[in-house]
Design a protein around this ligand. Structure first.
Ligand code: ZN
Ligand code: ZN
Length: 326
C-alpha cells in the first residue's frame, strides 16, 4: 500500500460526509465542550438557577477576558489556519511511514510467516500498536521538554498561561507545536512498521479509519477538554486517561507539582514511569510558571513576547550558558 492508497482509503471513507465533517470538525467538539461545561457548572450552582449565574460559572470573565487567554486565542487561530493542516498531514503520514518501514524489511529480509488472518484481530493489533506507540512517544517528548533545559525554552510558553480555557491547548510555540506532533507520529509509525513486518501483515484500511477517527476524537474531546478551568475528575480512571483535573495540575506553579502528569492522552504512562500526581481532596494551586514571571512580569504576556522570548532565552543559554528558569 502506498501513500496514495492510504489517502484514497481515508478520502473514500470520509467522502460522503466530508462537507459536513469540515463544517462540524471544529463546531461539534466545541459545542459538546460548551454543553458539558455548562452542565457540570449547573450542578455546582448554589441558589436558584439563572442563566447569568450559569454563564459566569461556565465562562468566567476573569478567565476569558485576560491577557493570557487572548494570547492563547490568537496563537490558536494562527495555528489552526496555518500550522494545523500541515501538521495533520504529517502526523497522519506516520501511518505511511509504518507501511514504508514494513515494506523495507520485507524487501531486505524476505516476508515473514503470517501470524494473523482474522480482519478484526489485524485491525485491532495494528490500531493499538500505532495508537499506543504514538501516545507513548508523545508522553516522553513532553516529559523531556520539562527536563531538558534546551527543550524547556520552547515548551515554557505553554506553562506561562495564567488562565485555562479550551484555547490554552493551542498555547504552543509554533516550533514546539510542530515537534510535539511530528516526532511521535514518525517514531510511532516506524515502530508500527516493525510490527507489521514481524506479524507478516499489510496495513489494513480499517486501521487507517480507526486511527484517524480516534485522533480526531482524542484530540478534541480529551485535549481540548483538559484545558477547561474546572478541575473535572474521572475518579479511578484518572490513572488511565487524561482528565481535566490531571492536566489542570500540570499547569500548576507550585514546585511540588512541576513535571507531573505529562500525559497526552493516557495517564497510564505517568503511572508506570512515576510522574503521576493525583490531587488530594480539596487541594488547590495557581496556574503559571513561577512567581517571578507572573502578571506584568510574564514574558509571554503579549503575542510578540510569546513568539520572540523563547528564541532570546535560547540564544542567551547557548551563548552565555544562562539556564532558563525551570
Ligand atoms: Zn508541559
Ligand atoms: Zn496544557
Amino acid at each position: 500500500m502506498t501513500i496514495h492508497n492510504i489517502w484514497e482509503a481515508i478520502i473514500t471513507f470520509y467522502e460522503p460526509t466530508l462537507e459536513i465533517m469540515t463544517l462540524w470538525s471544529f463546531g461539534l467538539p466545541l459545542f459538546v465542550t460548551v454543553i458539558a461545561v455548562m452542565f457540570i457548572c449547573s450542578q455546582k450552582l448554589k441558589g436558584p438557577f439563572n442563566l447569568r449565574a450559569l454563564k459566569n460559572a461556565a465562562f468566567p470573565t476573569e478567565q476569558y477576558d485576560h491577557a493570557s487567554s487572548r494570547v492563547d486565542m490568537w496563537n490558536g487561530i494562527i495555528l489552526l489556519l496555518l500550522g494545523f493542516p500541515l501538521v495533520g498531514v504529517i502526523a497522519i503520514n506516520g501511518i505511511a511511514i509504518a507501511e514504508q518501514v514494513g515494506s523495507y524489511f520485507n524487501a531486505e529480509f524476505g516476508p515473514r510467516e503470517i501470524l494473523m488472518t482474522s480482519t478484526g484481530l489485524i485491525v485491532a493489533v495494528q490500531f493499538l500498536v500505532y495508537f499506543l506507540s504514538v501516545d507513548f512517544v508523545g508522553y516522553w517528548v513532553h516529559r523531556w521538554c520539562h527536563t531538558h533545559p534546551l527543550l524547556w525554552h520552547l515548551h515554557k510558553p505553554h506553562h506561562t498561561a495564567e488562565t485555562l480555557t479550551p484555547w490554552t491547548l493551542f498555547r504552543q510555540h509554533p516550533i514546539e507545536f510542530f515537534g510535539l506532533n511530528v516526532i511521535p507520529a514518525v517514531v510511532g509509525g516506524a515502530f508500527t512498521g516493525l510490527v507489521l513486518y514481524a506479524t507478516g501483515t499489510q496495513l489494513h484500511p480499517g486501521m487507517i479509519v480507526a486511527v484517524t477517527t480516534t485522533a480526531y476524537v482524542a484530540f478534541f474531546v480529551i485535549d481540548v477538554f483538559s484545558h477547561v478551568h474546572i478541575p473535572i475528575s474521572y475518579g479511578w480512571l484518572n490513572r488511565i486517561v487524561l482528565a481535566p483535573v490531571m492536566h489542570n495540575l500540570h499547569h500548576s506553579m507550585e514546585p511540588h507539582h512541576w513535571d507531573k502528569n505529562n500525559a497526552v492522552i493516557l495517564t497510564l504512562w505517568d503511572w508506570m514511569f512515576g510522574t503521576l500526581y493525583l490531587p488530594k481532596k480539596g487541594e488547590t494551586w495557581r496556574w503559571g510558571c513561577n512567581d517571578e514571571e507572573y502578571g506584568d512580569n510574564n514574558p509571554h504576556r503579549t503575542l510578540k513576547g510569546f513568539y520572540i522570548d523563547p528564541f532570546k532565552t535560547l540564544w542567551r543559554h547557548l551563548k552565555e550558558g544562562e539556564s532558563p528558569n525551570l
